[in-house]
Design a protein around this ligand. Sequence first.
Ligand code: HAM
Length: 443
Amino acid sequence: MSTLKAVRGTRDLLPPETALWNRIEATARDVFARYNFGEIRTPVFEETALFARSVGEETDIVSKEMYTWEDRARAQSEKTQSLTLRPENTASVVRAAIEHNLFESGQLQKLYYIGPQFRRERPQKGRYRQFSQIGAEVIGPPSSGSESPLRDAEILEMLATLLDELGITGWTLELNSVGSAADRERYNQALRAALVPVVSQMCADCQRRAQTNPLRVLDCKIPADQPIIEKLPVIADSLDEASQAHFAAVTTALDAAGVPYKLNHRLVRGLDYYTRTTFEFTHGGLPPHGASSAGTPVLGAQNALLGGGRYDGLSEMLGGPRAPGIGFAMGEDRLVLTLLAQESAMPQMADAFIAPLGEILNAAALVLARELRHQGLWIELGEGSFRLKKSFETADKIARHIVILGEDELKSGILTVKNFSTGIQTKVPRSELAVFLSTPASE
Ligand code: HAM
């Protein structure tokens, strides 16, 4: 019988890597709390219409990548519904905020989420069909100050802080403004006009996009199309005065806070709900054409660690009141890949491995492990039938120290401890063991 495997594009996460996932999530929760965000948990599946209306019918996500099914009615009171595994979480957060009348309080809503998302993309390094996002949204009625450029700058400054606290070095913040709906309409017209004489020389996807959604032409990665795209009009020239002033205020605040950024006028993002500020934090670049694999960045072609932006009209698109907002989502899988490539992020080892010398000492070893674990230490417990050599080999792989527990040690209360990084063996009184094992100076 053939064995069953995880479905293509999905993965099992195993220890020790899961320790890194937990550390990332704990750091994110800690930073979000300091910026006064609360957690929201929305269902993993929603009505298909939610994503069609918000992310947009013409986007790759909705037109090709969603896991959608007809959910059959099981009783007369139920109706058959089209349901979809969420491909992103912003639409669900805004749906939930409307459903629970969160905007009626007049307060700014600051909500974060951590959880799986689903997109039927072509799997590759850093791109999966089930992946996890850590995201946050700031939304509220205009009277709550939700439209202020200060909110944009605060979110971006929080992200710089979060990436720094996670230990991710070498990130780049790419920033753009896609303007208001009216600005984008003007820009679409300018793009359509500029594309007419050149589109026949472009790739098939661009020819289709030029008809359906000309903005998407700017996402094209086909090398031959790049010189044509570089000559197309830029969106900055289509922004009205209010959009220009908003964007200028965002960059002024970022300059004041010392958050570095790079303007990228092609950053239009792959979801239709965006207005004004859009951004991505990238890590590493695409390797230059023909570069050796030694120069390949950790994330390969999937170099966006996170993306986000403003969505001032989203609440109304979903039948809610006017509630401008801004938010982001980080690809947790990509954070893990990036950190795993940085040595400092290697998973921690146990503080000590306790090796009882003989099965008769197993119970005493359990008592010693219990004592140390109650003092907050991370302990692995060996088995007395192991030969000492085997205990040393096992311990060396998983712990910083080995503690030998024989009859003599038990009676005298003086234990033999070996530190694997220094190779030094020391006699330590049982009462001082916890301090000894947890002090870096013992290394
Ligand atoms: P997005 O750019 O589609 O935006 O996704 C955000 C991040 O999720 C990406 O930068 C990437 O790190 C990660 N990601 C996306 N697809 C995959 C995949 N197939 N495998 C692994 N990681 C992936 C959004 O989802 C918006 N909801 C962000 C947002 C929140 N905008 C405003 N608020």
